[in-house]
Design a protein around this ligand. Structure first.
Ligand code: M6R
Length: 609
């Protein structure tokens, strides 16, 4: 996965290109590059490493010109290196391209192009696109690009530059995102809105197969057949600050602290005025239809998968319909049993995760009705699903997902309540009671966020341990999985989550003196059982940090430290209990000097398989 940008206007292109790329580094940051037309030739500059390395490389000789493209890379084909960094050029240097995605038939095309005399510099799949354009060139930039698109297979968003028609950029997309920012006497192209929001809020969001010819004064969009497409301008309604750090040291910390608002925004328009029922106006399925499903699948990756596990719990408990949860990369290859009576739910913050998108397409092929829970309006998954409900978390930039998770939990909870209303599986009194508890959640998250000192202390104390274990039962186990993932991905500490009852079936062998165990004990229905598991690890001299709800005076007798979260219905406790775990991961990563927002080997949204 990568980030791409383009600029055409009156100003120096390099300024926007570097600014835009800095906002897209969350998509990949192992190398970066730009290409600018200087009036005589297209000058390409690229460098392995972060964008800072590229800035440094060009600082004494900045490329001059008012049209250009740029790229920040997350390696797939070819290791991170100067030569594999984008932009890529053909043999003459007249054709230049940046790409996000994978060209699946690149090897066949490459062999053919080599036979025809083209010589390749990089190991990437992308370079063939530039050579192919050179090969099929017929004197017309747009027509030649269309010919290239007929020959390539795979997923892409692409921006092309051509020295022979140097006043325009051509961009197109298939399965990867691309937006065009509409300016005055200038226009912008980017993989995502944060790159352009400082310059304009007026955008076109390209659909698969659309192609745009962008000059400084015009944007002409056509479909695959070359027919004009009339698009609605999409006005971005969040501000530039929302995509910035807003005074926090890291996006992750900012996003953790934004959770009260994100949760409030996600629930606000979905609770009836009298507070007695859930409204889901965006769901266009009627009651009979929602009643007709006999099973539900929830499919997602990473943190979104963990949200799906909680979703299963909510739906089974409140709606009494069987739910299966699967990671998307497994689901898509295992011949699942689904049909038109299956409700297939995908969860994705970005709405662009390749495996999740593929699973969604597969479920549709098998006849399921599909629903997406996503955070990004107009994303590929939002467009592919039959129905969409959005988390209103705002842009999530840090690689480690935080506010997306809590808002996904909120949305699952509300969806389960909504379905329960329709199916009458929960009494109106209980629904009203749960809604009343739900409305307290934003304030309760704020309360949990108000005192982070003990968490900082634990992080300092245990931040240098090699292994950390997380245990819990029921919903606590689901939260434990998410807590362990957070710690692993940003602090690089080996962390594992176990269903507490499973310890004695193997894992207990790993528990020795001084090993930190984070024990979640928020669920009253399994509290005593969890307590006995905690005693098991304490008996092996583990250092236990318990997570409990306020009012629990018991747990502290058996653990070394306790972190308390406000008391609420046990169904809602995961939304509160995850917050100290997010903070613990954050401060552990800080203690270890890790790059919190850009952990090694990872990217924010995984748009390749
Ligand atoms: O955008 P998505 O929600 O589809 O992303 C899914 C995972 O890649 C994502 O949750 C990942 O696990 C996060 N880095 C976890 O913090």
């Amino acid at each position: 996965m990568c980030g791409i940008v383009g600029y055409v206007g009156d100003k120096q292109a390099v300024d926007f290109l570097l600014e835009g790329l800095s906002k897209l580094e969350y998509r990949g940051y192992d190398s970066a590059g730009i290409a600018v037309y200087d009036g005589a030739k297209i000058r390409v500059e690229k460098s392995v490493g972060r964008l800072a390395a590229l800035r440094d490389k060009i600082k004494d000789d900045v490329p001059q010109g008012t049209i250009g493209i740029g790229h920040t890379r997350w390696a797939t084909h070819g290791r991170p290196s100067d030569v594999n960094a984008h932009p890529h050029t053909d043999c003459t240097g007249d054709f230049v391209v940046v790409h996000n995605g994978i060209i699946e038939n690149y090897l066949t095309l490459k062999e053919d192009l080599i036979e025809k005399g083209h010589s390749f510099k990089s190991e990437t799949d992308t370079e063939i696109v530039a050579h192919l354009l050179e090969e099929v060139w017929n004197g017309d930039f747009e027509a030649s690009v269309r010919e290239v698109l007929r020959r390539i297979e795979g997923s892409y968003s692409l921006v092309f530059m051509c020295k022979r028609e140097p006043d325009k950029l051509i961009c197109t997309k298939q399965d990867n995102p691309l937006v065009i920012g509409i300016g005055e006497g200038e226009n912008f192209i980017a993989s995502d809105i944060p790159a352009i929001i400082k310059r304009t809020r007026r955008t076109y969001i390209l659909n698969d197969g659309e192609l745009a010819v962008v000059t400084k004064d015009a944007i002409r969009i056509t479909n695959r057949k070359g027919e004009p497409v009339t698009k609605k301008v999409f006005e971005v309604n969040w501000n530039a600050e929302a995509a910035e750090k807003g005074g926090y040291e890291h996006f992750m910390l900012k996003e953790i602290n934004e959770q009260p608002k994100a949760v409030r925004d996600t629930m606000s328009q979905r609770i009836a005025k009298d507070g007695k029922c859930i409204t889901m106006d965006e769901l266009k399925w009627d009651a009979d239809y929602l009643n007709s499903f006999n099973q539900i699948y929830i499919v997602a990756c990473g943190t979104a998968y963990h949200a799906g596990l909680v979703g299963k719990y909510y739906i089974e408990r409140l709606v009494r319909v069987p739910v299966q949860v699967d990671v998307a990369s497994e689901f898509r290859y295992r011949d699942p049993i689904i049909d038109e009576h299956t409700l297939f739910i995908v969860v994705s913050q970005s709405g662009e995760t390749s495996d999740t998108l593929a699973a969604l397409k597969e479920s549709k092929r098998r006849g399921a009705k599909t629903l997406a829970l996503t955070n990004v309006v107009g994303s590929s998954i939002a467009r592919e699903a039959d129905q969409v409900i959005y988390t209103w978390a705002g842009p999530e930039i840090a690689v480690a997902s935080t506010k997306a998770y809590t808002t996904q939990l909120i949305l699952f909870f509300m969806l389960a309540l909504y379905m329960a209303q329709i199916k009458k599986t929960v009494t109106p009194e209980r629904i009203a009671e749960l809604i009343a508890a739900l409305k307290q959640v934003p304030a309760q998250i704020s309360e949990t966020l108000s005192d982070t000192e003990p968490i900082k202390t634990f992080a300092k104390q245990y931040g240098f341990n090699d292994d950390v274990f997380y245990i819990g039962r029921g919903l606590d186990y689901d939260v434990a999985l998410e807590g362990a993932l957070k710690l692993k991905e940003i602090s690089y500490i080996h962390a594992e989550a176990y269903a507490a009852g499973e310890l004695k079936h193997g894992t207990l062998a790993l528990i020795v003196e001084g090993v930190p165990v984070i024990a979640l004990a928020t669920q009253k229905s399994v509290y005593e059982k969890t307590l006995s598991n905690i005693k098991e690890v304490k008996a092996r001299d583990a250092v236990v940090i318990g997570i409990a709800a306020e009012g629990d005076e018991e747990l502290q007798k058996y653990v070394d430290h306790v972190m308390k979260v406000p008391e609420t219905d046990e169904l809602l406790l995961p939304i509160l209990a995850v917050v100290p775990l997010q903070l613990l991961a954050y401060y552990a990563a800080i203690t270890r000097g890790c790059d919190v927002d850009k952990p090694r080997n990872l990217a924010k949204s995984v748009t390749v398989e």
